[in-house]
Design a protein around this ligand. Structure first.
Ligand code: ADP
Ligand code: MG
Length: 252
């Protein structure tokens, strides 16, 4: 692969968007976005519905492709096929709806990729999977099938499955917005615990309490633009822009 990725040490740029523009038809969804995320950062992306948050994070693993500008992940431009493969292999995305393999039990859901993609022997993959399920507080569900689980439990399985691949980057797109209200906090806490150490995260969320606890930095988007991009306390306690203040007030 051309443009080998850089070694990962804290503070090294790991996701870089440079003049990114993306439209669907005549709708401009991302308007000239510059954003650098460094290794180990935990970024929360907030903003009104339709402001381009999902599209922004989908650009970070090539699920959305900008018409102009560059996206570099692990130091390499995702337009390069090798860079895209490397990115897909070393970053994981969690969606609002938990895309589990319906015909497989929980343990298989978590071990399949490590065995197939990473070539781990079943014994090793299962031991690791059980640790991830334990961390997600669903160890007892190893042999259950997705249809038997609540939304919160399914999302915990999706998280265990993502983490079992040992990603350097975890992208989360409103991971709790499809859950029953009583399941939300438990899943957010599980995400907080799982992302305490080192992994770079970018989370689209409307949960401002979670953003305050988990994130180190908040990006506020509106109409395809980044309006604020600052460390958490400043952003949420003393927003600089009237637009962010209004957004935050609307949520109180
Ligand atoms: P957010 O996640 O902030 O709600 P999105 O990134 O999902 O915003 O969407 C931003 C805008 O792009 C919206 O107007 C949405 O309708 C439009 N959009 C998103 N995905 C597509 C798509 N695949 N095709 C057409 N329009 C889309
Ligand atoms: Mg969205």
């Amino acid at each position: 692969m051309k443009g080998r990725h850089q070694p990962l040490s804290p503070g090294v740029p790991i996701i870089e968007l440079d003049g990114v523009r993306l439209s669907y038809g005549t709708t401009a969804v991302l308007r000239d976005i510059d954003l650098t995320i460094r290794c180990g950062e935990r970024v929360a992306v907030i903003g009104p519905s339709g402001s381009g948050k999902s599209t922004l994070i989908r650009c970070m693993n090539g699920l959305a492709v900008p018409q102009a500008g560059a996206v570099r992940v692990f130091g390499s431009d995702l337009r390069d096929d090798g860079a895209l493969r490397y990115c897909r292999r070393h970053s994981e995305m969690i969606f609002q709806s938990f895309n589990l393999y319906a015909q497989r039990n929980v343990l298989d859901n978590v071990t399949l990729a490590p065995m197939k993609l990473l070539g781990l022997p079943r014994r090793v993959a299962e031991a690791a999977a059980r640790q991830h399920l334990e961390a997600m507080e669903i160890a007892e569900l190893a042999h259950a099938y997705p249809f038997e689980l609540s939304g919160g439990q399914r999302q915990r399985v999706a998280l265990a499955r993502a983490l079992a691949k040992g990603p350097d980057i975890l992208l989360l797109d409103e991971p709790t917005s499809a859950l029953d209200p009583e399941r939300v906090q438990g899943v957010l806490q599980a995400i907080e615990r799982a992302t305490e150490r080192g992994i770079t995260t970018v989370t689209v969320t409307h949960e401002l309490g979670f953003a305050r606890r988990q994130a180190s930095r908040v990006v506020f988007m509106e109409a395809g633009c980044i309006v604020e991009d600052v460390p958490v306390p400043q952003c949420l306690d003393a927003p600089r822009s009237t637009r962010l203040a209004n957004f935050l007030n609307g949520r109180l």
